[in-house]
Design a protein around this ligand. Structure first.
Ligand code: NAD
Length: 325
């Protein structure tokens, strides 16, 4: 496939770049030879610790600011020449159960702010992060990129609206924008705190802090887990080749039920106690089985074996979350 875009020597902005996927992406962009990376993150869930490796390159500018304010983005664009934007900013899915309108609004507003800047020529290429959540529960499996978008949360509805915004701006104004759609990511740096934590870090945290791991419902809901390193590998490779206006799933063929996952984490961490059963969450998607046919037709990307990646991830959390003796 013809190379459409180049990262080496470019100036990049990553929204939400102090978060889980964004910070791994920042590290990879710098390793790929990006001249400079600016990050805007309001620290809703991000952490400056996630950017420590990137800081050592001297090629990172970090802005603790809100990409929902057009003026904050203007400030950054006035200070830096930006060629490329990766839009990772979001508020976690679980937040939409607490503050539905705000979770929706962030996903839409940040995308629109960026698209308006791009329409006025402020930067050339936009890689927008969507989510498998936009598909809702599977109408058919595996879910390919043509699967209907049936969001079941306001988080996913905001993401679906942002996807439509990217697609329509590309269509109307000929912008160079495309959409990557990761399935469930895991790996180091994913938030483990409070109600917004992902299932792997929160389960690890509970076990490491003498708590009881939890499963919502019967635990039969399944997800396609991909290591964050593999997602980032796919994103930088897709960046080079994916035509404007297109979207592509980023996934493995690794279906794991949440019940099985929690048991595997317990086994790896040597936990032999009980698992607490909680009622099923309304709007929890039952199954996310992705088609990655399109992805494979476009690129070769790295795929970490799930058990290896899970052990490595739990080791990372164990080093940080075990209480001091
Ligand atoms: N983690 C996953 O499993 C997964 C799966 C599919 C898609 N995605 C998508 O990938 C992207 C990154 O997700 P993540 O898992 O790294 O989430 P994350 O919460 O770790 O990172 C998002 C970052 O955005 C920041 N943020 C929130 N609102 C902001 C605002 N108004 N302005 C600036 N920054 C803001 C947060 O502080 C956080 O650091 C998101 O778009 C998400 O929808 C993630």
């Amino acid at each position: 496939m013809t190379k459409l875009r180049e990262l080496s020597g470019k100036n990049v902005l990553v929204t939400g770049g102090a978060g889980f996927i964004g910070s791994h992406l920042v590290d990879r962009l710098l390793a790929e030879g990006a001249a400079h990376v600016a990050v805007i993150d309001n620290m809703f869930l991000g952490s400056e610790e996630n950017l420590l490796v990137a800081q050592t390159t001297g090629k990172l500018s970090f802005y603790k600011d809100d990409a929902e304010f057009a003026s904050s983005l203007d400030y950054i664009f006035n200070r830096h020449t930006i060629d490329i934007v990766f839009n990772c900013a979001t508020k976690a899915l679980n937040y939409s159960f607490l503050n539905p309108a705000n979770a929706f609004g962030t996903n839409v507003t940040v995308a629109l702010n960026l698209l308006e800047l791009q329409r006025r020529g402020a930067f050339k290429s936009l890689c927008h992060f969507s989510t498998s959540e936009v598909y809702g529960s599977a109408v058919y499996e595996p879910m390919d990129e043509k699967h209907p978008r049936n969001p079941t949360t306001t988080y996913a509805a905001g993401k679906a609206a942002a996807d439509l915004a990217v697609e329509s701006y590309v269509h109307m104004f000929g912008l160079d924008g495309f959409i990557v759609r990761p399935f469930n990511n895991y790996g180091p740096r994913q938030n483990h705190k409070g109600l917004l934590a992902g299932v792997i870090p929160i389960t690890a945290w509970r076990i490491l802090n003498n708590g009881m791991p939890e499963i919502h419902g019967d635990g039969q809901q399944s997800r396609d887990f991909i290591h964050v390193r593999d997602t980032v590998d796919a994103v930088v490779k897709l960046f080079r080749v994916l035509p404007a206006g297109e979207s592509v799933n980023i996934s493995t063929d690794n279906q794991v039920t949440i019940g099985d996952l929690v048991k595997r984490i317990a086994a790896i961490l040597g936990y032999q106690g009980e698992i607490f059963r909680k009622p099923a969450r309304a709007a929890d998607v039952l199954c996310h089985y992705a088609s990655n046919q399109k992805l494979h037709s476009l690129i070769d990307y790295s795929l970490t074996d799930f058990d290896t990646g899970l052990c490595e991830t739990l080791d990372w959390y164990a080093q940080r979350l075990r209480p001091a003796p």
